[in-house]
Design a binder for this molecule. Structure first.
Ligand code: SAH
Length: 351
């Protein structure tokens, strides 16, 4: 498992690379950190580094499952597949599939997961699951019902910074053996979206080519094959500037250079841009805050039903509900984005 050793190793590798080849792009720093970070551990839960919505309560996965089942039913119950990107411990899939089974739907399960150790956990929970390294190998001959919770935020972002000489890629450099940010040498003005070009010096913007490629391909697949996709993540619905890269370790924010390979690096998801791209690829796109969506999906009724069945869990269920939908907790910061094929029924819960 993890330990101080491997952290030192990746930090040492980064130092060597920078000494030899010069500063490295933030995207590479983030990508290699997360590949190392996820490869060898279960980052979730109280003994890990962070907690996600499905780990807070079964109600989250159940609402997702009911959302999928509703669309599935309204599309005439096709022969289709459940797909999840970055399924963590498999908790969301387990809860969603149970809720779908209650509606008479028990699809085959396809999981896109990069981490070997998480694949093992997922296979324990979902014995019949098939694994994929990327979305490219997902079935092409039937509708896909796709879920991704806190997946896009872990994909490497690129940072661009406005300097006196125009836009530059933001890099990780060394200063007396310490990692620091620095502006790259090549002009990057062409990589900056038109509406962001004329910002003051020092402005940082983020783009996420990997998230864009993922959402675009899924949008294309949904439009052609049918099905639906639900992306849930912390992020923003209207375009913004500023750096949002952050590191979390043992449930605390730490500096992004503190422990290469031993901390989770994430950035806010730009749903404004991703939604626009998805729409251009064909599908209808709907967005909402997590709080509004879960409320519209009936989380309060579900909490009541569970409470009636287990009165000793009353407080725990109320706390979980508040964490998921409270405006000062996950309710406002987290957003839900749904893709459905042009002309097909719209997903529930979007007002
Ligand atoms: N969805 C889960 C886990 C979120 S953590 C939950 O809500 O609890 C992020 C997940 O994405 C992990 O399963 C991680 O291994 C996976 N992941 C991160 N980057 C990935 C990549 N580039 N390719 C495939 N899986 C990735």
């Amino acid at each position: 498992m993890s330990g101080a050793g491997s952290s030192t190793d990746l930090a040492a590798t980064f130092r060597r690379l920078i000494e030899r080849h010069g500063p490295m792009p933030v995207s590479r720093y983030m990508g290699e950190n997360n590949a190392r970070y996820y490869a060898a551990r279960d980052p979730l839960g109280s003994a890990g580094d962070f907690t996600t919505a499905p780990e807070i309560s079964q109600m989250f996965g159940e609402m997702v499952g009911l959302w999928l089942a509703d669309l599935w039913n309204r599309s005439g119950r096709p022969d289709a597949t459940y797909v999840e990107l970055g399924p963590g411990r498999g908790t969301l899939a387990r809860d969603a599939l149970r809720a779908m089974a209650s509606q008479g739907i028990s699809p085959p399960v396809h999981l896109v997961e990069g981490s070997e150790s998480l694949r093992k956990l997922q296979a324990d929970t979902l014995s019949q699951a098939q694994f994929h390294d990327s979305i490219d190998t997902l079935p092409e001959d039937r509708p896909l019902y796709i879920v991704a919770n806190e997946f896009l935020d872990a994909l490497p972002i690129r940072q661009l910074v406005m300097t006196e000489r125009g836009w530059r890629e933001r890099m990780v450099a060394l200063e007396d053996d310490r990692f620091v940010f620095a502006a790259g040498h090549s002009p990057m003005d062409d990589a900056v979206p038109e509406h962001h070009r004329s910002h003051p010096i020092g402005t940082v913007i983020e783009t996420c080519p990997a998230a864009a490629a993922t959402v675009e391909e899924i949008a294309r697949r949904i439009d052609i094959q049918g099905g639906a996709a639900l992306f849930i993540d912390y992020g923003y619905l209207t375009s913004q500037t500023g750096e949002t890269l952050q590191a979390v370790r043992a449930h605390k924010k730490v500096g992004v250079f503190d422990a290469p390979g031993e901390m989770d690096l994430t950035a806010l998801v730009d749903f404004a841009t991703l939604g626009e791209m998805a729409r251009r690829a064909g599908p209808a796109v709907n967005t909402a805050t997590q709080g509004a969506w879960l409320s519209a999906m009936g989380i309060d009724l579900r909490a009541q039903a569970l409470t009636q069945r287990a009165p000793d869990r009353t407080e725990e269920l109320a706390r979980a509900r508040d964490r998921l939908i409270g405006p000062d907790q996950m309710g406002e910061l987290f957003k839900v984005m749904a893709l459905t094929p042009r002309g097909a029924p719209r997903g529930a819960g979007f007002g």
